[in-house]
Ligand binder design. Structure first.
Ligand code: LMR
Length: 393
């Protein structure tokens, strides 16, 4: 039977990760996969996570199953982190999922059950795995214009004009903050305009928020999500703890479905059903750590402090790279690097130039010229700037 299998397309980001690992050059620089690295190139376990793990090891008396939706304390704690007080608890159905990708997948599955002919509108560009999962599930998708290749900012009027074509039953996939892959984000008035538009067309927003705390801060990064949650009757939110808690491999995330309180039980039951069909119980270890950190004032303060150091570190690198490129080119055309937020920026290089950065300079970035700012440090910023100029970008 297995001889009938067809080779599946490799995920470009993960393929690049493998290629980087196999490269023997000592001075290679990894700006590929979206993983935070400190100045020494390490992806550290955060202090609060270490402390929570120690406490959990001491206190945990059983590893019997949780509920199908995961531990309600986790959904409540993460829900509060993401949604703040924008929405009443009776409107929130929630399930724990294996990471943010699990939440995205369950969100699409919920849409497919509720609205089989739905079109999911995706930003052009978006995280490639969004497209891959939608295609795999057979869900129809349509791109909406988002990134302005010239300014490297958001083309909000083009976006709004495309989204004006959405209809009830459609879903609009948005990035809550730190847009992946471009780094260009909606301003609050633009979020407001999106909310007004969707209130008119009746399409349902699904917000993927995987980098809360990596842009302008925990609350600022969730402002768009909260605005939509407060304004619109139904909203899906896929949240990841991989990056902001640094617990990538623990697979920790949740899907929130906000809607009418009278239908909450039905939605909650459907989400639990989807968990059961796909993997039964969601992973619990990371969820328990997150719950402990968010509900213990000392752990939370330490986590927020460390997350803020991480965020500021990336901002400093952005500013340093923009300044270095300004110095070397005598122009402001890379100023967008300091304006973008989160781990990523789309540099605007051609695939050929990206290839040359890799082969000639040992600098790895995704083929669309997405670079992971957190892969840099003070010493490699000038190396990258020199290579960008030498490659004619
Ligand atoms: C990325 O975009 O690099 C991250 O979200 C990691 C992944 O799974 O692709």
């Amino acid at each position: 039977m297995f001889d009938r299998l067809k080779t599946q397309p490799a995920d470009k980001i993960l393929a690049l990760m493998a290629e980087f690992r196999a490269d023997p050059r000592a001075d290679k620089i990894d700006l590929g996969v979206g993983v935070y690295k400190d100045a020494t190139g390490l992806t550290p376990v955060m202090r609060a996570v270490k402390a929570a793990e120690k406490r959990l090891w001491e206190e945990e008396t059983s590893k019997t199953y949780t509920g199908l939706a995961g531990d309600p304390a986790f959904s409540a704690a993460l829900g509060a982190l993401v949604l703040g007080d924008s929405v009443e608890a009776e409107r929130i159905a929630a399930v724990a999922t294996p990471g943010g990708t699990g939440a995205v997948r369950q969100g699409f599955e919920l849409v497919r059950l509720a609205s089989p002919g739905a079109t999911v509108w995706v930003s052009d560009p978006t995280w490639p795995n969004h497209l891959s999962i939608l295609a795999y599930l057979g869900v129809r998708m349509r791109p909406y214009r988002y990134f302005d290749a010239e300014s490297r900012g958001v083309d909000a009027s083009a976006m709004l004009s495309d989204l004006a074509q959405t209809q009830p039953g459609d879903v609009v996939l948005l990035h809550g903050c730190c847009h992946n892959p471009t780094g260009a984000n909606l301003t609050l008035p633009e979020w407001q305009a999106v909310a007004d538009l969707l209130a008119r067309t009746g399409a349902l927003p699904m917000i993927d928020i995987a980098y809360q705390g990596f842009g302008d801060g925990l609350d600022a990064d969730a402002a768009g999500v909260r605005l939509l949650a407060a304004r619109l009757p139904e909203v899906l939110v896929a949240a990841s703890c991989s990056k902001n808690f640094g617990i990538y491999r623990e697979r920790t995330g949740a899907l929130f479905a906000l809607g009418d309180p009278g239908r909450r039980g039905l939605t909650q039951g459907t989400l639990a059903f989807l968990n059961r069909q796909n993997y039964s119980f969601p992973p619990d270890h990371g969820a328990r750590l997150v719950t402990m950190i968010l509900t213990d004032p000392d752990l939370r303060a330490d986590w927020e402090a460390e997350l803020d150091e991480v965020r500021r570190g990336m901002l400093t690198l952005r500013e340093a790279l923009a300044a270095e490129l300004q110095r070397r080119t005598g122009s402001d055309r890379f100023g967008f690097l300091a304006q973008h937020r989160g781990m990523f920026s789309r540099l605007g290089a051609t695939p050929d130039q990206v290839e040359r950065l890799k082969t000639e300079h040992g600098i790895y970035m995704v083929g669309d010229s997405r670079l992971n700012i957190a892969g840099l440090n003070a010493a490699t910023v000038p190396v990258l700037a020199r290579a960008i100029v030498a490659t004619g970008i």
